[in-house]
Write a protein that binds this ligand. Structure first.
Ligand SMILES: NC(=O)c1ccc[n+]([C@@H]2O[C@H](COP(=O)([O-])OP(=O)(O)OC[C@H]3O[C@@H](n4cnc5c(N)ncnc54)[C@H](O)[C@@H]3O)[C@@H](O)[C@H]2O)c1
Ligand SMILES: [Zn+2]
Length: 358
């Protein structure tokens, strides 16, 4: 079991607790004192696979049922947020109500954003149920929804009062969703360079095995530490974007859904490592280690038929990167990320082609 806190000067600290089986012994009083109204918003797929959890959470909400929110990346938007506001209105949500969000990163981002804005901010608790949610999305208070012209462009910083992580939940997660989360695990191993890096070099646990508990714990711990150093992402929190510059380009180019975030991050990380070799002299064995993990987890190493110029265009389409140049996170050594600007288009395209072409 691990407990961490994220401290903030403007909000109460956020408690992150990780323990296998913790959802089996949830005690409402510990999370929402008697008399405090609770609204539970949960992914119906998760409830159907975990009926015991549904029964337990139903006891938290009083007379109102759990609100089942069927949501995906394409409905992670303001229309869904408005539906949530209406539900909050119907349920007479007050300033002291606690909203509990149970699901993957799409659900916790959206419910967290609704909680951040309704009544100028109400308390919320995140119960992440995907690998990506447990190691990344639910931790650190960034909440957002998509608009037609981009992902996560409408959002806020609104720390959940608690994040309850139960790795047991992951046993029902489809393999593709496991792969969607491992990109962040590999990224964290590389930028942190400590236990997780050593662990993966020692042996690569099969996706879905219980051995993953300690990897989830290590990756979540790395995120907590980085966020605590730089809550509002003015400096070192950007290290968490390692591999993400190319990843976002690939996701936009191929279209969301055709390539998972984890696949895109894994490939983006390979390109970032190759650029780190070119620019900062990073040892090539680091990329070999990562490629070994990817092969073990059956993640694709290459993409077919990409127009690299168009991927570059997709990477630079937002106004910020147009105005200031793309910002890169590169590695000097394992555990030593640096921010790097102004890599020439030709160098990046050459690296993408060399590393990612089938
Ligand atoms: N806020 C942040 O800091 C942050 C960081 C990274 C990613 N994100 C966001 O996270 C989102 C992606 O989240 P995701 O990868 O968790 O995907 P997701 O939320 O879409 O969930 C994936 C699928 O898994 C199913 N599912 C969830 N838990 C399950 C379980 N225990 N068993 C079986 N099925 C289960 C869901 O029904 C869904 O179909 C993106 O929108 C991304 O922008 C946010
Ligand atoms: Zn990511």
């Amino acid at each position: 079991m691990s407990t961490w806190y994220i401290e903030s000067t403007t909000a109460k600290s956020s408690r992150i607790i990780l323990q296998r089986g913790i959802l089996g012994e949830l005690n409402r009083e510990e999370w929402a004192p008697a008399g405090t109204p609770v609204v539970v918003i949960a992914d119906p797929t998760v409830l159907s696979k975990h009926p015991d959890l549904e029964t337990r959470l139903a006891q938290w909400t009083g007379p109102d049922p759990i609100y089942q929110l069927d949501i995906s990346e394409s409905t992670k938007n303001l229309t869904t947020v408005e539906n949530l506001y209406q539900e909050f209105g119907t349920r007479h949500v007050r300033r002291d109500t606690v909203v509990v969000a149970v699901g993957g990163g799409v659900l916790t981002d959206t419910v967290g954003y609704a909680a951040a804005t309704y009544l100028r901010g109400i308390k919320w608790i995140a119960i992440p149920t995907t690998l990506l949610g447990q190691v990344d999305a639910a931790i650190g208070g960034k909440v957002a929804v998509n608009v037609a012209w981009g992902k996560n462009l409408v959002g806020a910083f609104h720390l959940p009062q608690a994040v309850i992580i139960d790795p047991y939940m992951l046993h029902t997660l489809p393999i593709r969703q496991w792969r969607a989360g491992v990109g962040e695990v590999m990224k964290s191993a590389l930028i942190d360079g400590q236990w997780l890096w050593e662990r993966l070099n020692h042996s690569v646990p099969a996706l879905g095995s219980e051995e993953w508990d300690s990897l989830v714990e290590a990756t979540a711990g790395i995120k907590v530490a980085i966020v605590n150093n730089d809550l509002e992402e003015t400096a070192s929190r950007m290290y968490l974007n390692f591999g993400h510059t190319v990843a976002h380009g690939l996701e936009t180019y191929f279209g969301y859904g055709r390539i998972t975030h984890g696949e895109a991050v894994a490939m983006g990380t390979r390109v970032a490592l190759a650029l780190s070799e070119d620019v900062l002299g990073l040892d090539g064995t680091v990329r070999q280690a990562m490629e070994h993990w990817m092969a073990e987890w059956e993640l694709p190493l290459t993409v077919s038929q990409a127009n690299w110029g168009a991927v570059w265009e997709a990477m630079t389409q937002d106004k910020k990167s147009r105005a200031h140049g793309l910002q890169w996170v590169l590695l000097k050594k394992v555990g030593q990320p640096v921010i790097y600007r102004d890599l020439p288009q030709s160098q990046v395209q050459e690296a993408m082609e060399r590393i990612l072409r089938t």
